[in-house]
Structure formats: structure tokens, C-alpha cells
Design a protein around this ligand. Structure first.
Ligand SMILES: Nc1nc2c(ncn2[C@@H]2O[C@H](COP(=O)(O)OP(=O)(O)OP(=O)(O)O)[C@@H](O)[C@H]2O)c(=O)[nH]1
Ligand SMILES: [Mg+2]
Length: 363
């Protein structure tokens, strides 16, 4: 799972990256993307480890890429041109950072590339660049796709059909996300195109420290846009979060209390990203390791086993399941069994969020 951070220059992308990953960044100021891994915070792992003594706790992970170089006119070769695109095709979701803070800490000015604070305009600027980049890709792909039609394969036909359907949408300045497909072959072809404007978006309003809830006029523009397009929205003060990330846990808790924040934005962001991507977690728990795994909502038990190891999916026999809530209430797997809450499920079982699993397989 991979999310890419995009946004105009000086919006706080790298600050957010540091906050999320706790990782050092490229000091050159960003020609190369910063790549890091976020351990998804998950209180359920603590519940599991409290009742099932274990040597190791492993969090689910999200890969984050801080993508620099997107500016107004990228598609026409401004700045680094479309170089940023090579890093963005692979991502599953876009985290779009929008500047809503007025000053840098200490009050000094942070320049804005377009001379004034205007989140709604900034969103349009970035999204138009993504759409134009996709448009160039689609226009470039059509002649090749037409040639490929000679092979008379269903795959080539689906690819050309999708290119022809998405072209007018992009030409109108709308995101590829607006194209709704039903045919499975076409859906697959669409995925293969990996168009940037087809990815789900999480808008992050990077706010001043006196508007952490994002209730101010600037952040409200971002929220309104996110709601209008059915995307995710999280207000974050990236600078404070970056400071929090550097603190020891006890100091962090104290700073959170003094700021009146319930939890670091990383938690809110991680949950929003999960929701956006249609993901949920299941767990395996034993004395060697307590671990969170990520699967799409709707995944079956064999598919969940496959998230651990592909052989487990093929050799799946059945699974013993209970939920984290059962363990919290009853304190041990033995007590869960005695209460009749340990379930045996077969191949058709659709996984629930917070399931704890013992898989039985044959490899
Ligand atoms: N007040 C305030 N300033 C911030 C915040 N986030 C970033 N800044 C400041 O904004 C400036 C730019 O931040 P960066 O994180 O480098 O921005 P960027 O989007 O990575 O910029 P480029 O990589 O140049 O495109 C720095 O001076 C930061 O200190 C914030 O949440 N609040
Ligand atoms: Mg940067």
C-alpha cells in the first residue's frame, strides 16, 4: 500500500512527510522524492498484546512518498516538468497538501508561489496539472493501442475503449476518477493505465496552530471541496506534528494535552487513508508475534490468508476466528472458547474488521 504526497511548493509536504515517518529528509530541498514507511497506529495491537504475551508487535504499514516538483505549468515543462510523474504512477492514493497556514513559526513569511493564500485556487492548480499530465499520457497511448488492435485480443480492445472513453473527460479538465466503468476487462485496463487523476484523494489542510480543528475560512474551502467531490479531508498542522514526532512518548502526551489535541494527526490520517482505500485490518496473535495485516473490505478468509503468504491462500482449509472485542471482554482465548465465541469458518467466510485468526492450511 502506497500513498503519495502532492501539493504546490512550500505547502508543507516535506514537513508532513517528516511528521508521518519520523524520518530524515533529502537536504537538497527536494528534487528526489523522499520515501518512507509509516507504522499504522493501532490501539487493538495493544489490547492483543496485553492478553496474549508476545515477543514482538508488528504494525500494518503504509509507504509514503513525498513527491516534489509539481508546479503550475509542469505539464508545459515548467520547473522539473513532468518528472514528478514517474514517482506518482505507482501510488494507490494521493495525499494532497493544501496550504492554509499564514506564517512560518516565529512569524516570518513563507512565500506563496501565486502571491496570495487561496486554497480553492491552489487545489484547482494542482489538479489541473495532474489532469493535463494524464491527458498527455492518454493522447500518446492511443496510436499504440490502435496498432495493438491487430492482435485482436480482448485486452487490447478494452484498453483502446478505455482510452477513448477517458480522453473527452480529461480534455474537459475533469479527473479520470469521473469515468465510471462496469465491464471488468475495462476496469482492469483502466487500472493498468495508472492515471494520476484516477486515484482516490485525501485532502490535508495544513493549518496554523491556532486553527487545529480546521474551522477557519481557509481550511473550510478545502473541506467544502473535499465534500463536493466525495474525497477525504483532514486538518493538520504539519509543523506541530513534525515537532510531536521528535518527542519521547511521555513528552508527546504532555504536548498533546497542552494543545488540546486528542491524538497525533498521524492517527487520524492513517484511519482516513484506510477508509479512502477501502481497507481493514485483521490480526494474528501468538507468543512469537502479534501482528496487524491489511486487506480490502470484502476479502474472504482465503484471501486474508494470502495476505500472509500466497501458499496459505492456495492451501487454505479453514480458520478459527474471534474478534479483538471478545478478547478485551474475556481476557484469554481459552475463555473465548469456553464462552462458545471461537468460530470455525470456511472458504466462503467474508472477513470482518478486527478479526483475530488462526489459519489451518495444507502446503
Ligand atoms: N506555520 C506553519 N508553517 C509551516 C507548516 N508546515 C510547513 N511550514 C513551513 O513552510 C515552509 C515550507 O515547508 P516544506 O515542508 O519544506 O514544504 P514543501 O511543500 O515540502 O516545499 P517544496 O518541497 O519546496 O515543494 C517551511 O518554512 C515550513 O517551516 C505549518 O503547519 N505551519
Ligand atoms: Mg519538500
Amino acid at each position: 500500500m502506497e500513498a503519495g504526497i502532492v501539493g504546490l511548493p512550500y505547502t508543507g509536504k516535506t514537513t508532513l512527510f517528516k511528521a508521518l515517518t519520523g524520518q530524515a529528509v533529502d537536504p537538497s530541498g527536494g528534487v528526489k522524492p523522499n520515501v518512507g514507511v509509516v507504522q499504522i497506529p493501532d490501539p487493538r495491537l495493544d489490547i492483543l498484546a496485553r492478553h496474549i504475551p508476545t515477543k514482538k508487535i508488528t504494525h500494518a504499514q503504509l509507504k509514503i512518498v513525498d513527491i516534489p516538483g509539481l508546479v503550475r505549468g509542469s505539464s508545459k515543462g515548467e520547473g522539473l516538468g513532468n518528472a514528478f510523474l514517474s514517482h506518482i504512477r505507482e501510488i494507490d492514493a494521493t495525499i494532497h497538501v493544501v496550504r492554509c497556514f499564514t506564517h512560518a513559526p516565529g512569524g516570518e513569511e513563507v512565500p506563496h508561489v501565486d502571491g496570495s493564500l487561496n486554497p480553492a485556487r491552489d487545489i484547482q492548480t494542482v489538479e489541473l496539472e495532474l489532469i493535463l499530465a494524464d491527458l498527455q499520457q492518454v493522447e500518446g497511448s492511443i496510436p499504440r493501442a490502435e496498432k495493438a488492435m491487430r492482435q485482436k485480443s480482448a485486452e487490447a480492445a478494452a484498453r483502446l475503449a478505455v482510452l477513448q472513453k477517458v480522453l473527452p473527460i480529461l480534455s474537459e479538465g475533469k479527473p479520470a476518477h469521473d469515468l465510471k466503468l462496469t465491464d471488468p476487462e475495462e476496469k482492469k485496463a483502466m487500472k493498468g493505465l495508472a492515471l494520476v487523476s484516477s486515484k482516490p484523494v485525501l485532502y490535508v489542510a495544513n493549518v496554523d496552530e491556532d486553527d487545529l480543528a480546521g474551522a477557519g475560512a481557509l481550511a473550510s474551502q478545502v473541506r467544502a471541496h473535499a465534500e463536493a467531490v466525495g474525497a477525504g479531508f483532514v486538518p493538520v498542522c504539519a509543523r506541530i506534528e513534525a515537532e510531536l514526532a521528535e518527542l519521547a512518548p511521555a513528552d508527546r502526551a504532555e504536548m498533546l494535552t497542552s494543545l488540546g489535541i486528542a491524538e497525533p494527526a498521524l492517527h487520524t490520517l492513517a484511519r482516513a487513508a484506510y477508509r479512502l482505500l477501502g481497507l481493514q485490518s485483521f490480526y494474528t496473535a501468538g507468543e512469537k508475534e502479534v501482528r496487524a495485516w491489511t486487506i480490502p473490505v470484502g476479502a474472504t478468509a482465503p484471501q486474508a490468508a494470502g495476505a500472509i503468504h500466497t501458499d496459505f491462500e492456495r492451501g487454505f482449509i479453514r480458520v478459527e476466528v474471534y474478534s479483538v472485542g471478545d478478547l478485551e471482554a474475556l481476557h484469554s482465548e481459552k475463555a473465548i472458547k469456553e464462552a462458545g465465541k471461537m468460530r470455525m469458518e470456511g472458504k466462503g467466510y467474508v472477513m470482518h474488521d478486527a478479526d483475530v485468526c488462526h489459519f489451518l492450511f495444507n502446503v
